[in-house]
Design a protein around this ligand. Structure first.
Ligand code: HEM
Length: 158
């Protein structure tokens, strides 16, 4: 089962890079950007950091998906998706799908253009919205990680 151990190690490493980055953006970068501490051009300050991290997050999402489905297939865990007690398996897949849609579809094709326009017209409102959206995503990530680590050790709240 060395392959499953390797998949799990890569899975967790990619989760750390990805959700760690979301945490950094939410709790450190966005508050500083909103206060103008990284320069008065808030959009440029945010994008300088965000466009570098977006590629790391996209790569991490691909690794998390590949290793996650590999473990599910290799250990034949598909039945878990029929049991509420394994809510954390559903949470992992839903969060993964949500981020995949945001980073591969919404951000490059829709959000990039619209957010830029909005941030130039009403920067205060645009960055409040962006910060809140990051808070929600981070909260979902934290709940999923807690549920997955506890759940994979057999601990369940149901
Ligand atoms: C396509 C999406 C995903 C699939 C199919 C998937 C699948 C899996 C599987 C099969 C396991 C092993 C469970 C066990 O040993 O009982 C696992 C563990 C784990 N996953 Fe995922 N996962 C996915 C996405 C995510 C996401 C988005 C996160 C967090 C943001 C995450 C965090 C974790 C963590 C923390 C563990 C526990 C590792 C450990 O304690 O050993 N996974 N995942």
């Amino acid at each position: 089962m060395n392959d499953v151990i390797a998949a799990r190690a890569l899975h967790v490493l990619a989760v750390v890079i990805w959700i760690g980055g979301v945490s950094m953006a939410t709790l450190a970068v966005l508050p500083a950007v909103r206060r103008g501490e990284l320069g008065q051009d808030r959009l440029q300050a945010f994008q300088a950091i965000e466009h570098r991290f977006a590629w790391q997050a996209r790569a991490a999402i691909i690794v998390v998906g590949l290793t996650g489905f590999y473990m599910t297939w290799r250990l034949d865990l598909w039945d878990r998706f029929r049991t509420a007690g394994f809510w954390w398996m559903h949470a992992m897949v839903c969060l993964w799908l949500l981020f995949a849609v945001i980073l591969f579809v919404a951000e490059p094709f829709i959000l990039h253009r619209h957010f830029r326009k909005w941030a130039l017209e009403r920067p205060e409102a645009a960055f409040i919205w962006l910060h809140r959206a990051h808070c929600v995503l981070l909260a979902l990530g934290v709940v999923t990680i807690l549920g997955a680590v506890a759940g994979s050790q057999g601990w369940s709240i149901f």
